[in-house]
Design a protein around this ligand. Structure first.
Ligand code: AMP
Length: 358
């Protein structure tokens, strides 16, 4: 339990929009932020007190960075293990290396979740074509093949709907350690953003419902169209996961829900602030970014109540050019991440609508 009081300093590994919004929240609470990112055009640099442009393998730069701050956090889950280790040897790392270890590998993650009493889709690991055939015999179809590491927004994944699809799996996984997952016939996708402070206090946000398009989050709505039993159960599950990980910071847990049976299956978790929690910036008593800073600095956690019915929409690529319409909308709050190039599918900003009459 080490509290870092306002006036202290926070390091962030990664300089994307999540790092940027974390830095803004940290500044609001009186902290100075040092951002470490290999890409000099990173949006978080615009709002940081100090910047380091270096690779995650640059040990000298990492040591200097870690020693310049009271605590280091990160905005992406693929922080290399050696990078995390160097930082942890030189300052506090929150969340710690264990959260990274568990969430960087789908096999380790699913095994951890099952051990913690959570239901996941059935899964089998494979690497070779032979092992894939074996896994397919056990899992059947429909199924989804996923590489164990570095998959996001649907990358490194292949759906198996008809038997012939199996022939195309190896072309996607390319012999990398992978899993074959049974396909879940869910009604809706939800997520729970939960915070756990260094002292072990836990606070979960209301459950959000997420719609993905082309594997990328499109909209998040609050409240989710689920009953109170599922709402309560999902929050308890996320809390259990945060405790089992001895987690410090904001954690997002993505789940599949089947309405008729109230069944909840955990899909995956992210050891960081999450896109499905962006609604909290304008639609909750405490934003997920502020909550993360409170948690890693061991301050009291803030209230997580929603301010009404909330809808968040991601602005991808050229969607960002429509900002005029959002600025003219009295119910909308517009967020621009300060990125220059609106490439197709790139997260450029988001809009939130809060209906306080609900
Ligand atoms: P992931 O990369 O695991 O988050 O998967 C991306 C998206 O693919 C999820 O948000 C789901 O919409 C879908 N998906 C992934 N795994 C499964 C599964 N086992 N069953 C059904 N849909 C899935």
């Amino acid at each position: 339990m080490t509290r870092i009081n306002p006036g202290g300093s926070i390091g962030i590994l990664g300089g994307g929009q999540l790092g940027r919004m974390q830095a803004l929240a940290a500044a609001q609470l009186g902290y100075r932020v040092h951002v470490f990112c290999p890409d000099k055009a990173s949006p978080a640099f615009d709002v940081a007190f100090a910047s380091t442009v270096a690779t995650y393998e640059d040990e000298e730069a990492l040591v200097n960075f870690a020693r310049s701050v009271d605590v280091v956090t990160y905005e992406f889950e693929n922080v290399p293990a050696r990078t995390a280790q160097i930082v942890a040897e030189n300052t506090l790392l929150r969340p710690g290396a264990y959260a990274l270890e568990v969430t960087q590998d789908r096999l380790v993650e699913k095994t951890f979740l099952n051990d913690a009493g959570m239901k996941t889709a059935p899964f089998q690991m494979f690497e070779t074509e032979e092992e894939l055939k074996d896994a397919y015999k056990k899992i059947g179809r429909p199924a989804v093949a996923k590489t164990r590491q570095f998959g996001y927004d649907g990358k490194g994944q292949k759906m198996i709907k008809v038997a012939k699809d199996i022939e195309n799996v190896m072309g996607v996984t390319k012999g990398a350690p992978s899993i074959l997952e049974g396909f879940v016939q869910f009604d809706r996708e939800i997520s729970v953003v939960v915070a756990r402070s260094a002292s072990g206090d836990v606070a979960a946000y209301p459950v959000s419902e997420n719609i993905h398009t082309n594997h990328i989050l499109d909209t998040t709505t609050i409240p989710a169209k689920i009953n109170q039993v599922v709402e309560a159960k999902a929050k308890v599950m996320a809390t259990k996961i945060a405790n089992a990980l001895e987690y410090v910071g904001v954690l997002a847990v993505e789940m599949f829900v089947t309405d008729a049976t109230n069944e909840i299956i955990v899909n995956e978790m992210a050891p960081r602030v999450h896109n499905s929690g962006h609604w909290t910036m304008d639609g909750a008593m405490t934003s997920q970014f502020e909550q993360h800073i409170r948690a890693i600095c061991d301050l009291p956690l803030g209230p997580t109540d929603a301010l009404g019915a909330v809808r968040m929409k991601n602005l991808l690529g050229n969607d960002i050019l429509d900002y005029e319409q959002y600025l003219k909308d009295p119910n909308a709050t517009f967020h621009h991440y300060g990125k220059n190039e609106p490439r197709v599918g790139r997260k450029m900003g988001h809009v939130t609508w809060v209906d306080k009459s609900e």
